[in-house]
Design a protein around this ligand. Structure first.
Ligand code: 5GP
Ligand code: ZN
Length: 111
């Protein structure tokens, strides 16, 4: 159920290129184009969900899997054993710019 004109739907499908670091049937992860840390990844569901506020009970397992993928990718990244930061920006007041759910993963330096 990709949305027309959604940037992250197009990245998830490969229509728009990205530097992918993880992919399975439900989730892709790729490098943020404007990294704010040595490791800055975005963990994105293939399903179009506009924001965290738009996730429902049906998405419970998907949200859990996104968190586990994020943790695993951060742990495996350079100096990632020291910890990292994981965050959802949600809505205009939360600073969300891309209207497709994504989990920021930052690591590699003291944040
Ligand atoms: P938001 O502010 O919506 O939480 O974060 C969106 C993130 O997507 C930003 O950190 C921005 O740098 C990243 N981003 C925006 N456009 C692209 C793109 O075309 N490719 C990639 N890889 N990242 C993008
Ligand atoms: Zn989308």
């Amino acid at each position: 159920m990709p949305e027309n004109d959604c940037l992250f739907c197009k990245i998830a499908s490969g229509e728009i290129p990205s530097t992918q670091v993880f992919s399975n049937e439900r989730i892709v992860a790729f490098k943020d184009i404007h990294p704010k840390a040595p490791t800055h990844l975005l963990v994105v569901p293939r399903k179009h969900i506009a924001s965290l506020y738009d996730a429902t009970e049906e998405d419970r397992d998907l949200l859990g899997e996104m968190l586990l993928v994020a943790s695993q990718l951060a742990k495996e990244s350079p100096n990632g054993e020291n910890g990292g930061r994981f965050g959802f920006n949600c809505g205009p007041w939360g600073g969300q710019e891309v209207g497709h759910l994504h989990l920021h993963v930052m690591a590699g330096k003291k944040l």
